[in-house]
Design a protein around this ligand. Sequence first.
Ligand SMILES: NC(=O)C1=CN([C@@H]2O[C@H](COP(=O)(O)OP(=O)(O)OC[C@H]3O[C@@H](n4cnc5c(N)ncnc54)[C@H](OP(=O)(O)O)[C@@H]3O)[C@@H](O)[C@H]2O)C=CC1
Ligand SMILES: O=C(O)CCC(=O)C(=O)O
Length: 479
Amino acid sequence: MTELHKNLIDGEWVGSDGIENINPSNIKEVVGVYARATAEETTQAIAAAKAAFPAWSRSGILERHAILSKASQEILARKAELGELLSREEGKTLPEGIGEVTRAAQIFDFFAGETLRLNGEILPSARPGLTVEITREPVGVIGIITPWNFPIAIPSWKIAPALAYGNTVVIKPADLVPGSTWAIVNILQRAGLPKGVLNLVMGKGSVVGQTLLDSPDVNAVSFTGSVGTGKRVAEASIKVGRKFQLEMGGKNPTIVLDDADLKVAVESVAQSAFFSTGQRCTASSRVIVTEGIHDKFVEALAARTAGLRVGDALDKETEIGPVVDPNQLKQDTDYIEIGKSEGAKIAAGGERVTKGNEGYFLQPTLFTEATNSMRIAREEIFGPVAAVIRVKDYEEALATANDTEFGLSAGIVTTSLKYATHFKRNSEAGMVMVNVPTAGVDFHVPFGGRKGSSYGSREQGTYAKEFFTIVKTAYTAAG
Ligand SMILES: NC(=O)C1=CN([C@@H]2O[C@H](COP(=O)(O)OP(=O)(O)OC[C@H]3O[C@@H](n4cnc5c(N)ncnc54)[C@H](OP(=O)(O)O)[C@@H]3O)[C@@H](O)[C@H]2O)C=CC1
Ligand SMILES: O=C(O)CCC(=O)C(=O)O
């Protein structure tokens, strides 16, 4: 009988039955069995976090520093094992899985340091004899709801700042991939967190997530996932008057100009569009190419795309792992059909890869002759599918890149300082990449988008404190 991985509520591991976590590379393999919390258990977890808040919010910075550092060290020491777990549950290739675990360790290390760096300000008052102190205080109970595509990095970049700045947490990971979050919660608990400070409630969004959203005792919600669920988070949060932060979809463009280095352009687009099976909110699925380089770029990118090795995430040869589950696979293949019916041409891929029917494999798929009004150029597909749009010049490329409801990341490949500089200033995206892929970001700098992609203050780096703290302004008259 496979061991049941339980939920953590008020310092106790609880739960009596669970669901199987299936490996998308090999659907006969059960990665583990994970408990599913009920609405009542979720309410208990929120109560535990509320009860633990007064003491944790006043805990010493050395205690918080020690716990976050210890967790970081264990995550790093176990990166091969945790990377394999991540690749087995989500389908990223093993180097990508180990890379993501390393990133989680770096995030905990960074926020361990932040516990020692949190500062305030003293300002002169407009009134003589008064001083004004500006300090930051923790918010309270933070509800964290995470998606399946970064099972360890996203939970880490929300949990680490929440704890570092003195908040308590109830986290609900994606039902598809609870294993990586379970592992980091287990590590943090053993690193010495007092009971109730961090609570794990695995289970369904409609039950566990919705209970978190409906609770007036959850003081802030940090969410990453789809636009539809993001809207629910916003509506529920406004109803109870809480802080919320949303990271949602993207339809990220990469512009390739006539003066681009062809090799850089092909590699940058192949990585942005297809690596991690295209399952990144920062993936580039619109490739906007000026006419002078269009044909030779398409030829080279189609050859690179067709040569990408699709297979089991743990196989050393694999460059592109499986799609995460049958629902996402259907979404991807439906969009491939939509692209064809809209009149775009397939230059590479387009078919499922059947490897004994053991996993959800799909060929990376490149469309050409697409226009920016097609659904494949407007809607987030979230799979290894990209569309090339031909434009006349830089001005048309910029207008096309910005013509989207999203604004997460945007790239340009060019050797022109003039166009690179203009694009950095005029792209309507939160993150701009020049001659590098649109996906794959550093762990210590702000992350987030504009327009329909994001709402609220930035995640990661020192900017995370905007969400996870509240500013207090205190006036003192000399006595
Ligand atoms: N920007 C990004 O990083 C991501 C974008 N997406 C986009 O979203 C699409 C669908 O992915 P999906 O995983 O279904 O995204 P969802 O938005 O449904 O899931 C994200 C998280 O929200 C939870 N959730 C779902 N319903 C509720 C609810 N009513 N109340 C509170 N929480 C809830 C989910 O739980 P549960 O797992 O139980 O459903 C999961 O933990 C993808 O195809 C992609 O387009 C997806 C993932 C990440
Ligand atoms: O591209 C990255 O490194 C991060 C992407 C991400 O956070 C996401 O897809 O949700």
